[in-house]
Write a protein that binds this ligand. Sequence first.
Ligand SMILES: [Fe+2]
Length: 162
Amino acid sequence: MTSPITLAAHLVRRFFGHLRATPLSPGEQDLVADALSPELAQLFHRQSPPDQRHAFDVARRVRSALPTDDAAFSAALLHDVGKAVAAIGPIARSLATVFDALRIPMPAHWRSYRNHGAIGADALTAAGAPTLAVVFARHHPGPAPEGIDPDVWNALVAADNV
Ligand SMILES: [Fe+2]
């Protein structure tokens, strides 16, 4: 299990990142449109503006680490689309993370937030997403599943954990 200090630092960083997030610029939106099919772009745009910013920043870091890997770029853009289902704010997200860590029962929509990986992976499968995007949405931030290049996986996880 994550240590309480690591968890607290992560929550504080994520909370202020959410508050400071700026919407994607037109140029950034063009990069998203170039990378994703219309169905997948629709899932991307269902996310809140701060979640779109987070996903885009992860994708940008992945592009620096793996400049020619378009599948990794797309997987980064799409990895948190399941969070749109729960649609809860930054304070509830932090509380849901703490409740989950402490195994405290929580409301159903908080539970959806904590299950966003599986929810997103199912939505991505239905929208015809590439395998890496589906698998990364479902299993991040865990270890690389069988059949996935660990270097690509580790670059994705590192880019998500900044
Ligand atoms: Fe993420």
